[in-house]
Ligand binder design. Structure first.
Ligand code: PNS
Length: 172
C-alpha cells in the first residue's frame, strides 16, 4: 500500500547487468513510468561464466545510473530470483525482450519461476534501435578496444575506461 492506502504495484527487474547498458536503462525508465515501484537487482546467471564486474560493482553502477528515478531502488542477490521477489514483496518480475531469440529462454525461465513460486513475469519490448545491445557483446568490444560510449550510461563508460586503464579489462 502507498502512504494514502492506495494499492502499489512493485516489480522486480532482475539481470546480470555486467555491465548495465542503455537497453537496460530504457527498460527501467519505462517500468518506472508504468509501476509505482521498481526494484532493479543484480543476480548471478549460473549459465554465464566469469564476468567483468563482481556483484557489488554491478550494483554500485546500477545505483549511479538510476539515482535520478525516485521510485527505483537497486539491490543484489546470490540465489533464486523468486526468493528475492518474495523478499522484496514484488508483485511481478519484469523482463525485456529484444528479439524473438530472447523469447524462448525468457519464456522458459518465466514458466519455471511461476512453477516454483507462483510469481508471474511480464515482458516489455525493447525499442528496436537498442535491440542489438547485449552486455556480452559490450564486454567483448571493450576488451578488444572498441568504442561503446554511445551504448552505456556515463558511469559505466568511466568505469570501463578505468578497468582498461588498470589493465584488468580482459576477464569475462
Ligand atoms: O541478464 P541475464 O543474464 O539474462 O539475467 C538472468 C538472471 C540473472 C535473471 C537469471 O539467470 C536468474 O534468475 N538468476 C538467478 C538464479 C535463478 O533464479 N535461476 C532460476 C531461473 S528459472
Amino acid at each position: 500500500m502507498g502512504r494514502g492506502g492506495e494499492p502499489v504495484t512493485r516489480v522486480l527487474y532482475p539481470g546480470s547487468f555486467d555491465p548495465v547498458h542503455n537497453g537496460h536503462v530504457e527498460m527501467v525508465e519505462t517500468a518506472a513510468g508504468l509501476f509505482e515501484e521498481v526494484v532493479v537487482a543484480a543476480l548471478i546467471n549460473p549459465s554465464k561464466g566469469g564476468g567483468l564486474f563482481d556483484l557489488e560493482q554491478r550494483m554500485a553502477l546500477l545505483d549511479e545510473c538510476f539515482e535520478h528515478l525516485t521510485n527505483v531502488r537497486t539491490t543484489m542477490f546470490d540465489g533464486l530470483v523468486v526468493d528475492l521477489a518474495s523478499e522484496v514483496g514484488a508483485d511481478f518480475i519484469i523482463k525485456g525482450l529484444r528479439a524473438v531469440s530472447d523469447f524462448e529462454s525468457e519464456l522458459q525461465m518465466a514458466q519455471m519461476n511461476a512453477a516454483i513460486s507462483g510469481v508471474q513475469t511480464l515482458f516489455l519490448p525493447t525499442a528496436s534501435r537498442r535491440s542489438f545491445l547485449a552486455s556480452r557483446l559490450i564486454r567483448e568490444v571493450v576488451r578488444l578496444g572498441g568504442d561503446v560510449s554511445d551504448m552505456v550510461p556515463e558511469p559505466v563508460r568511466l568505469r570501463l575506461e578505468g578497468r582498461l586503464g588498470s589493465g584488468t579489462g580482459s576477464d569475462g
